[in-house]
Ligand binder design. Structure first.
Ligand code: NAD
Ligand code: WQD
Length: 341
């Protein structure tokens, strides 16, 4: 039987590569388009090592509609698209708003235009918990208000969700926006993981790079937040659990289960952990001492945010399987493996 083909933009990136593996494991045929602007070609070989299959890969910028059209032309039997490709550095987005609006929105519009032209109706979008800003209640539910984003990055995700809702209302598109909380961890094999460029701004790569000696010391941003230990609380989710949510989302769309042309789902664990919890868990599980100090609060950080994932649990049938211990163990394993290659 022919496998169902799914276009995966940004499929060599951190979340995309793990999702490609899970799609293959579930019997789908992912087709990857990635311009390698934030990934490396060896990830494609490692996808093969992990899954036993080497997906069709196009090195192409999806902001270039002509090259993207040739990919759609060659793959007329696509049944869905998962759209990861985007720029994602919050700090950089404040310095280069035009770059972020262009990259994140032109790419989305190009994909949607071609999906319409080639009659591909199912779309899964990478959104972010950042759309909520500072929530008034916890855990965060999908019905909570979306406040004006502080960063240009967050603004592109809010605008993208709005675009999807309006386009889906015209009834040719079924779209799901998955609002990821804080993805960490790596593939159990140690062959796939996050590849941050330069100094990491996210906590987990900063922790692993400090542990391995690339960074001298981890600065914990703020110790006087209104939280039990004074450091910020987030909902960290293992990237493999997050990747699997995309398989559930595709199955949901392809089986025509949605009553709505557009819907949003939080993808988190429902548990909140502080920065100090992360440091302590990393040290305990990996038996590594981490050098850290306290610094000023970071601009734009919210004190606490964690998800209610009840909607995704009940409607998509998805739930997380991996623990915080798995997250810190797999992140560390990946860092060591990657540096020793
Ligand atoms: P990533 O940078 O590792 O992956 C994105 C991939 O897209 C990269 O491989 C990059 O080379 C590719 N890409 C970027 N622009 C492209 C373009 N114009 N054409 C073709 N390929 C392009 O990022 P990630 O962490 O895997 O994130 C994937 C998606 O999830 C993004 O949309 C991001 O905004 C969203 N997201 C990420 C997080 C997170 O913390 N990692 C949280 C919430 C949402
Ligand atoms: C986590 C916690 C920091 C680094 C960001 C984006 C969000 C989403 C996920 C894309 C915070 C603290 C961090 C460090 C620290 N990405 N920290 N020292 O800010 O929750 O979310 O990534 O959509 O949009 O904003 O994640 O990993 O940067 O920070 O103390 O060196 O770790 O203050 O409390 P964040 P993060």
């Amino acid at each position: 039987m022919n496998k169902i083909k799914i276009l995966v933009t940004g499929g060599l990136g951190y979340i995309g590569s793990h999702t490609v593996v899970e799609l293959i494991n579930s019997g789908f045929e992912p087709i990857i388009v990635d311009d390698l602007s934030n990934s490396e070609l060896f990830i494609l070989d490692n996808i093969y090592k992990v899954s036993g299959q080497k997906p069709k890969f196009y090195k192409s910028d999806i902001c270039d509609i002509n090259s993207l059209k040739s990919i759609f032309e060659e793959n007329k039997d696509l049944k869905a698209c998962i759209h990861f490709a985007a720029k994602k550095a919050v700090g950089e987005s404040m310095e280069k708003p035009l770059l972020y609006y262009r990259e994140n929105l032109v790419s989305l519009l190009n994909v949607l235009d071609l999906m319409k032209e080639y009659k591909i109706h199912n779309f899964v979008f990478s959104s972010s918990a950042t759309v909520y800003g500072e929530p008034e209640h916890l855990p965060v539910q999908e019905t909570f208000p979306i406040k004006k984003a502080l960063s240009s990055y967050g603004s592109t995700k809010q605008m993208a969700e709005d675009i999807l809702e309006k386009v889906a209302a015209t009834r040719w598109l079924n779209a799901l926006a998955l609002r990821y909380f804080n993805p960490v961890g790596a593939h159990l094999s140690g062959l796939l993981g996050e590849l941050p460029k330069g100094i990491p701004s996210n906590l987990m790569p900063f922790i692993t790079q400090t542990a391995i000696g690339i960074r001298e010391v981890l600065t914990i941003f703020g110790k006087d937040y209104n939280t039990p230990d004074g450091t910020c609380i987030r909902d960290y989710i293992h990237v493999v659990d997050l990747a699997k949510a995309h398989v559930y989302a595709c199955n949901f769309l392809l089986n025509g289960k949605g009553n709505l042309p557009y819907d949003v789902f939080n993808i988190g664990t429902g548990e909140g952990y502080s920065v100090l919890d992360m440091v302590e868990t990393f040290e305990r599980v990996n038996k590594v001492k981490l050098k850290y100090k306290f610094g000023e609060r970071r601009n734009g950080d919210v004190a606490s945010i964690y998800a209610s994932s009840q909607k995704a649990n009940e409607i998509l049938g998805w739930k997380t399987e991996l623990s915080l211990d798995d997250m810190v163990k797999d992140s560390w394993n990946w860092e060591k493996n990657y540096r020793n290659q």
